[in-house]
Design a protein around this ligand. Structure first.
Ligand SMILES: [Zn+2]
Length: 349
């Protein structure tokens, strides 16, 4: 199957009542781990790359690895997504390269650190939507500001400082026409999200439910949604690591989100933990080994295990064969004739 529009993947997920994991990659082994997990569980999947990943791997390597994945797994609907685009130019370059969706994170200024104003966010996101939709590419926006920093991107601090306002979310969706919307409900990027198991005082699932009721046609996206499981932390610390005790987003909260409009769930940290734990174990137990395959193979297998588990928990498992790809030019036609519009006020008429 050619690379598929993320919008089509999310529309299908909405029809089926499930969520789709969007897993970050920087290299070949991570792409291989995700594709093997998708095959194992028969799942459609989104693979995403941040600006940091594009700088690390270089665009051409990344893109051709993705094409290889699509070629090797023709039965798997696979979308290639830009995570946290910081400017129109970053999104434009991703679209020119062949990404099938982009995130324009206009909640921050182009430095990727300073919170922007609502008007600035609307303006840059609308510009990306106009450019992308004309080319059949879907767009994720962000309203409200997540906590933490990852890959140098983020405002830092607590995820509760700037949670999403539902009225603003509706106005934002109407004025920009985004396909999907990342909302801030208390989550943070990185491994250190919560200092104890999160309850309703720090993870605002009630806010998410309210936003979904107001925006039923806009797919919601949960960022910073690794679960940071204790067993993965323990492996790292058992073999010489020094992670501080921390809590992520419990899977049952993500599942509650999926029941309430969440269609894309971003997971990065859990995979990083799995890879690092597996490599540390080999180094500690077999210090005589020096062939990178001796530790990359278990690292890749450890990541595949986490991804396959998340695919099952998010409900995307078993859905790879539900549909065939709509071509990107046909997606562009759908945007042009209005059949793919998600605007809430248009939808209400
Ligand atoms: Zn994010």
């Amino acid at each position: 199957m050619p690379l598929v529009s993320t919008r089509q993947l999310l529309d299908e997920a909405a029809k089926g009542g499930y969520g789709v994991g969007a897993f970050n990659v920087n290299d070949m082994e991570q792409i291989q781990a995700i594709m093997e997990a998708a095959k194992e569980t028969n799942s459609p999947v989104i693979i995403q790359a941040s600006r940091g990943a594009r700088a690390f791997a270089q665009d051409n390597y990344l893109y051709h690895l993705m094409l290889a994945a699509a070629e090797l797994y023709p039965q798997i609907p696979l979308a290639m997504h830009l995570d946290h685009g910081n400017s129109f130019e970053t999104c434009e370059s991703a679209i020119k390269l062949g990404f099938t969706s982009v995130m324009m994170d206009g909640s921050l200024k182009a430095d990727g650190k300073t919170p922007s104003t609502f008007e600035e966010n609307v303006e840059v996101t609308k510009k990306v939507v106009d450019y992308a939709h004309e080319r059949g590419i879907s767009v994720e926006g962000e309203i409200g500001v997540l906590g933490g920093i990852e890959d140098g991107h983020g405002a830092g601090g607590s995820g509760l400082a700037r949670v999403t306002d539902p009225d603003q979310a509706v106005e934002f969706a109407e004025r920009t026409g985004v396909d999907s919307l990342a909302i801030a409900i208390g989550t943070s990027h990185g491994a250190y999200k919560f200092t104890k198991k999160p309850d309703g005082s720090v993870l605002k699932m009630d806010l998410l439910i309210k936003i979904h009721q107001r925006l039923p046609k806009t797919h919601l996206v949960m960022h910073g949604s690794s679960s940071v499981p204790k067993d993965l932390q323990d492996i790292i610390n058992q073999y010489g690591g020094k992670l501080k005790e921390t809590w992520g987003v419990p899977v049952e909260e993500i599942q509650l989100g999926i029941k309430n409009g969440v269609r894309k769930i971003n997971v990065d940290t859990d995979n990083r933990l799995a890879i690092t734990g597996a490599i540390r174990k080999v180094f500690a137990e077999s210090p005589e080994k020096f062939d990178p395959r001796d530790y990359m193979k278990p690292a890749r297998a450890a990541m595949q295990k986490v991804v396959a588990l998340r695919m099952t928990q998010f409900g995307q498992a078993g859905h790879a064969g539900d549909y065939t790809a709509i071509s990107i030019p046909d997606m562009a036609k759908g945007y042009a004739n209005g059949s793919l519009s998600t605007k809430p006020l248009v939808a209400a008429k």
